[in-house]
Design a protein around this ligand. Structure first.
Ligand SMILES: Cc1cc2nc3c(=O)[nH]c(=O)nc-3n(C[C@H](O)[C@H](O)[C@H](O)COP(=O)(O)OP(=O)(O)OC[C@H]3O[C@@H](n4cnc5c(N)ncnc54)[C@H](O)[C@@H]3O)c2cc1C
Length: 417
């Protein structure tokens, strides 16, 4: 017979939202079961730096049992959730264990959306998890070594990045810098190759202001990134991509930063799905018609107390977790729930060394260049959850910034084709 675990609160997913809700519930002594398929909490904003060997894996992932070591009312279960029944408030794990909750919190995040593009699933490298980043980093190093063998035939490493949002711009800028600063020295016999950045819309960094977009475009062009804007990818092949206008770009690595959708587990949960396959939640983060169910972070379409539709961002996920804990405490103690009041700190993206864009606060005060770069470093260092992670990340950033060394360019050869 299947094991059943019952808890006051079951949180599925220990990303920004799941960790925040569990930590704040633990402070009130509420019993929480946290389920995640990984034994670590991953920090997605820095994945592109792992993939480009600027920082190490341990700087973007923190063991869950370490995070909750002092939270006596939290039990961590490392297992893949294979089914969720939102009406019964149960989560079934891959081994058949059933977790039953008085209050169920879905914080499963998002997953890659290839939008049905032929060949994308087989040939492109997504960049949405630590596994993805390690696989991509390993493939990039593997391809450089392969190209080095063939140096006489003047092969360079051409990389295509699909999607010119923040992730695409950040990875394209970091790769172009690596090709210019590192590859030239470490592989002196090799042509350096080209980074191509492709998007169906005709600007980079869509959600940012025209000034930030212009700045990012200029910096990327300075780094040698070739922009292909205004024409979407219709096919990904082993040797490149085909665009909607019929042109072909050749490249041995295609990175997919082209879009996200709600986690697959939401589909069979019985919860109604809205835009992007995410669940439309009420302003208090519960799901109308589903008693005792909260959906947070990237799994939800969140409209806050000021009627703003919030984007899929780490700060939204983290704050939604903290807010949900307040409302869950109210549920369990007979209080009243309150609508989510989001504190908008703005948006930012790194383009390269000393180059970033930041639009801060609700007024979107705009910064470009070194001030934005420093703001980006400060905000991301502060968001990292452990002291040692912060120290490690800052040390690695300093090495990457001041030198052309990439001590982190040692990655297991996983998932190489
Ligand atoms: C490459 C990249 C760069 C980003 N950069 C920024 C940035 O600079 N600033 C910013 O604010 N935001 C950024 N974001 C967005 C931000 O990371 C997300 O909004 C945030 O991580 C969402 O948090 P979450 O808790 O909803 O989901 P996640 O952080 O994705 O956590 C979901 C958790 O659920 C677990 N899980 C999923 N499926 C299962 C299952 N079946 N069983 C068990 N566990 C499961 C996962 O292992 C994971 O731990 C970036 C995102 C990406 C992908």
């Amino acid at each position: 017979m299947a094991t059943t675990i019952s808890r006051q609160v079951v949180v599925v997913g220990a990303g920004f939202a799941g960790v925040a809700v569990a930590q704040h519930l633990a402070r009130k002594g509420i019993e929480v079961l946290v389920v995640d398929k990984n034994n670590y909490h991953q920090f997605q904003p820095l994945l592109y730096q792992v993939a480009t060997s600027q920082i190490g894996i341990s700087e973007v992932a923190r063991p869950l049992r370490g995070i909750f070591r002092r939270s006596r009312s939290v039990r961590v279960v490392v297992a893949e959730a294979s089914a969720v029944d939102a009406t019964a408030r149960t989560v079934t794990l891959a081994d058949g264990t059933v977790c039953h909750a008085q209050i169920l919190v879905m914080a499963l995040g998002a997953e890659v959306n290839f939008f049905g593009t032929p060949g994308a699933e087989e040939h492109a490298f997504p960049l949405y998890s630590l596994d993805d980043a390690a696989r991509l980093g390993s493939a990039l190093i593997g391809e450089l070594d392969r190209a080095d063998l063939a140096a006489d035939s003047a092969m360079g490493l051409d990389v295509i990045v699909v999607g010119a949002g923040a992730t695409g711009v950040e990875v394209a800028g970091a790769l172009a810098e690596n090709l210019q600063l590192v590859v030239r020295r470490v592989y002196p016999h090799q042509q350096t190759g080209t980074v191509h950045l492709v998007d169906m819309v005709d600007v980079v960094l869509g959600p940012f202001s025209a000034k930030s977009q212009r700045y990012a475009t200029e910096r990327l062009t300075d780094y040698g990134v070739r922009l292909h804007l205004g024409s979407g990818v219709t096919e990904v092949r082993p040797d490149g991509v085909t665009l909607a206008d019929g042109s072909v770009i050749e490249g041995r690595i295609v990175i997919w930063a082209g879009g996200l959708q709600g986690n697959a587990l939401l589909r069979g949960s019985g919860l109604p799905q809205g835009r992007g396959g995410r669940v439309d939640v009420a302003p208090d983060l519960t799901v109308p018609g589903f008693d005792g169910v909260y959906v947070l972070g990237d799994s939800a379409n969140i409209t806050d107390a000021k009627d703003r539709k919030l984007p899929q961002l780490g700060s939204v996920a983290q704050q939604s977790g903290k807010w949900a804990a307040r409302n869950i405490h109210a549920d369990l103690s007979g209080g009243a729930r309150a609508p989510f009041a989001y504190r908008d700190k703005g948006i930012m993206a790194m383009v390269g060394r000393g180059a970033a864009v930041a639009e801060l606060g609700t007024r979107r005060l705009q910064f470009q260049g070194p001030p934005a770069f420093l703001a980006w470093l400060g905000v991301h260092a502060a968001l990292l959850s452990g002291v040692w992670q912060r120290v490690g990340a800052v040390a690695s950033w300093s090495v990457a910034f001041l030198t052309s060394h990439r001590p982190q360019a040692v990655l297991p050869r996983i998932g190489q084709r």
